[in-house]
Design a protein around this ligand. Structure first.
Ligand code: WTA
Length: 590
């Protein structure tokens, strides 16, 4: 990635919520931020209340909260309507006997119902588990099983990937017809739970919502009570459930104000799906905690549809990802000129390294700076960012938010001086930090193995002016189009294929997707290394796990490099791929 450390794109806005970065850092105190919430006065706390009900009760009742924009459905909901619909969802879940601390999953396309449901889950103090709609059966089963989910809200089509018979703890599968708004006629008594066998786990979302009252008692919780579980990948083992609590709202709201720079009249659009952390922390919580109109767009990526979404809704703040910006750049300048994007005031990016050339391009064609932000599923909210009031250095992730200390440390925890590469570490704790890994305390300990620090797994350096520069992952985690994929999960699926003896999976650099997944495979006796077999194996992973986790490239090898204890050495595979020296091979098998 081409970087010019002396390059600066200066401040463009006159006014932004943060003001002077240095002054804000010095004066900062998290307890001041807490005073902005109603629970500071009342002692009654629930994130969904702060995000929706509080606004509905304090002058923003008729303000549009959700602006849903999809080729097939065009709807908007005010804060008051969101309050009522999320109350219905809360009552629906309570009616099924679901309550505080229960894990309730959501597995459906980005429609208004997804948002009502998630807020309803939070209102009753249950823990939401959002799943990306591309997940296939193995991915869904692993996550539901690990979390002991009691219910899942999904569509009839996606429900085919929910193996309820293998999940004894799963009591309810609530089916949503995604094409149907709640207010319309209920889905009909034919599919009503009443007509299903006594012990059927299936329930009709629309029928239940229709019956449910629009008034509900909120479950008041503690700051440390569970909010959401986001499953994410590491380099070893199955995906892990990253557990966040209601107290995360303090930082989600704060960064919404100073990083997204949300202001009362903004129309905000975050392009991420709630199956990933960006789609909840910044697709749901941050905008609504700040009482801002939130655009939700269903459907897939296309440059025309995306620009159209900005133009039609007059989007002012836009949060997206490097892969999307690279694809938009690929679609060319002419595509931009066909739309009126003049409403845009502030543009941001997250998820993978943002190329300086993309920033330069965006600056030229959108006439806006693209502000890179760095954070992770585990961190719950933004930590290192570029701010509207700060000079931008293309290629740098920016500086830590006020209230947070970041450093580059060595493996013993010693802070390294500027320009030295090492572990990107964050001083513990911060309000939105994960509180645990579900069912797996040992995994959590790996992050905090150096006392006082959270070790991110990213390597970086800090320049002499305090800007942080991303260098890479320290482990084998793959980042493809901004989506985190664990090689182990893909390898486990690959070896389930009858032809595959062994498999090792790596991320291969790719100009558009950042990385693509490449699998090295050794075949079982009797199988021939053909292109047909490659295609079949790819399909097997696509249909078993998910499309984004399927290898884009497969290479057959007679033998894979392994340690003496039998572990496949991905490091060596990566060196093969990049035609680099393989490094220390003293632990290799033969
Ligand atoms: C990478 C997404 C470079 C990084 C919110 C991190 C980035 C992982 C950036 C987390 C950035 C995220 N520049 N790399 N601005 N932001 N990453 O959990 O490797 O899906 O550890 O969270 O993405 O991905 P996750």
């Amino acid at each position: 990635m081409e970087k010019n450390t002396a390059e600066i794109i200066g401040v463009e806005v006159q006014q932004s919520n943060l003001g002077s970065y240095e002054e804000a850092r010095l004066a900062f105190d998290w307890t001041d931020e807490e005073k902005r919430f109603s629970w500071h006065e009342t002692g009654q706390l629930n994130l969904a209340y702060e995000a929706i009900d509080r606004h509905a009760k304090s002058g923003l009742a008729d303000k549009i909260a959700l602006l849903y924009s999809d080729p097939e459905r065009e709807e908007s909901y005010t804060f008051e309507q969101m309050r009522q619909e999320s109350n219905r969802a809360a009552n629906m879940l309570r009616g099924l006997g679901i309550g505080k601390g229960d894990r309730v999953f959501i597995f459906m396309p980005r429609t208004p119902e997804l948002y009502f449901t998630l807020l309803g889950i939070v209102k009753i103090g249950a823990i939401a588990g959002p799943l990306f709609e591309a997940f296939m059966e193995t991915a869904v089963r692993d996550r539901l099983k690990d979390s002991g989910a009691v219910a899942i809200v999904t569509t009839p089509t996606l429900a085919e990937r929910v193996p309820a018979h293998e999940l004894p703890e799963l009591k309810h599968v609530i089916l949503v017809d995604a094409s149907k708004p709640v207010e319309k006629e209920a889905a009909g008594a034919e599919t009503d739970k009443g007509l299903l066998p006594e012990d059927s786990p299936f329930a009709d979302f629309h029928a239940l919502m229709h019956e449910a009252s629009t008034e509900a008692d909120i479950e008041w919780v503690e700051r440390e009570d569970g909010l959401i579980l986001h499953y994410t990948s590491g380099s070893t083992g199955k995906p892990k459930g990253v557990y966040h609590v209601h107290g995360a709202m303090v930082q989600q709201a704060y960064t919404g104000r100073i990083v997204l720079d949300l202001q009362p009249d903004d129309v905000y659009w975050c392009t991420a799906d709630p199956g990933w952390v960006t789609g909840t922390s910044y697709g749901i919580f941050a905008p609504w905690l700040n009482g801002v109109t939130n655009v939700i767009r269903g459907g897939r990526f296309s440059p025309q549809d995306w620009y159209e979404t900005i133009q039609r809704n007059k989007v002012t703040v836009w949060y997206s990802a490097p892969t999307a910006f690279r694809m938009l750049m690929g679609a060319g300048d002419e595509a931009v000129k066909q739309y009126d994007l003049s409403s845009l005031r502030h543009v941001l990016s997250v998820g993978e390294p943002l190329n300086p050339e993309v920033i330069r391009w965006g600056h030229r064609v959108y006439e806006r700076r693209i502000h890179d932000t760095w954070w992770m599923t585990e961190t719950g909210a933004q930590l290192i960012c570029n701010y509207p009031s700060m000079d931008l250095r293309p290629g740098s992730m920016g500086k830590p938010i006020p209230g947070v200390e970041a450093a580059i440390v060595d493996d013993q925890g010693n802070i390294l001086p500027p320009l030295r590469m090492g572990n990107l570490a964050i001083r513990t704790p911060w309000p939105s930090m994960m509180r645990k890994i579900w069912n797996n305390p040992a995994k959590y300990e790996e992050y905090v193995r150096i006392p006082g620090w959270y070790i991110s797994g990213d390597s970086a350096y800090m320049d002499e002016d305090g800007y942080f520069w991303f260098q890479g992952r320290i482990d084998d985690v793959i980042n493809t189009s901004g989506e985190r994929v664990g090689p182990f999960e893909v390898e486990s699926k690959l070896v389930e294929h009858p032809a595959v003896a062994e498999a090792g999976v790596i991320g291969k650099p790719d100009p558009v997707r950042g990385e693509v997944i490449k699998a090295f495979i050794s075949l079982r006796e009797g199988y021939e290394a053909t292109d047909e077999l490659k295609a079949e194996i790819t399909k097997f992973v696509k249909e078993g796990l998910s499309a984004h986790a399927a290898p884009r490239e497969i290479e057959f090898k007679d033998k894979l490099p392994k340690t003496r204890s039998g572990k496949i050495m991905r490091r060596v595979l990566k060196a093969w791929e990049l035609k680099l020296p393989a490094g220390d091979l003293s632990t290799i098998e033969d």
